[in-house]
Write a protein that binds this ligand. Structure first.
Ligand code: IMP
Length: 202
């Protein structure tokens, strides 16, 4: 029988990426919704890793499957690494990304290129049935905060995350390309390799 992996997120944008990145894994990949899991998770950790572990453990209590969770966000150096672990809660959970993105650009008004550095971080945690330890990995992609909101692909802060090597934002590159270079792509590929090495993924 195929192994089951539940990815602990309610974020459709993330889930879409995860499906593409893990398309070669010989397992049934389910979102929380598809697995019929509803949990209220309080993300009160102080690091991406801690929050990823909190999410993965909370979901693992509900189902006998490999559970993966990603906690991710945008660190803007000029803003002392804000919004960081508060990326989805920045200015309020229900505030649109149009408004959040505009606000970040506004807070960097007049700031020169060299000081606009930022990065996306993704920490992934895995809880595995019958195993005590929780596995974690971290992926990072470096970029800069752009001067305007650009691009229709991706989600969240992608339209203001400028990738100097590509000369565009991560909302302007095709999804396959984003997954190749993104924080989440890197972290998920590393987690896949780790679970294979541990003989957890067949
Ligand atoms: P989480 O779901 O609590 O991990 O929150 C992650 C938040 O970070 C998302 O809601 C986005 O705002 C932001 N984020 C993480 N990864 C990306 C990405 O690949 N593109 C754009 N925004 C991202």
């Amino acid at each position: 029988m195929k192994q089951k992996i539940v990815f602990a997120t309610g974020n459709e944008g993330k889930m879409r990426e995860v499906r593409m990145i893990l398309k070669d894994v010989d397992a049934e990949l389910l979102s929380m919704k598809e697995a019929g899991i509803k949990v209220d998770i309080v993300e009160d950790g102080t690091t991406f890793e801690e929050n990823a572990i909190i999410k993965a453990k909370a979901v693992a209590k509900q189902i006998d499957a490999i559970v993966l969770a990603d906690d991710s966000g945008l660190e803007v150096d000029y803003l002392n690494k804000e919004p960081g672990i508060y990326s989805s809660r920045y200015m309020g959970e229900d505030t649109s990304y149009e408004i959040k993105n505009r606000e970040i650009i506004h807070r960097l008004e007049g700031v020169e290129d060299a000081k606009r550095t930022a990065r996306f971080v993704s920490a992934i945690a895995a809880v595995v049935p019958g195993r005590e330890e929780v596995f974690t990995v971290r992926g990072i992609v470096e970029g800069q905060i752009g001067y305007e909101i650009k691009g229709e692909n991706g989600f969240g802060y992608d339209p203001i995350f400028y990738l100097p090597e590509y000369g565009c934002t991560s909302a302007e590159i095709p999804p396959e390309k984003k997954n190749e270079i993104s924080h989440r792509g890197k972290a998920l590929r590393e987690m896949k390799a780790l679970l294979e090495k541990e003989n957890i993924l067949r």
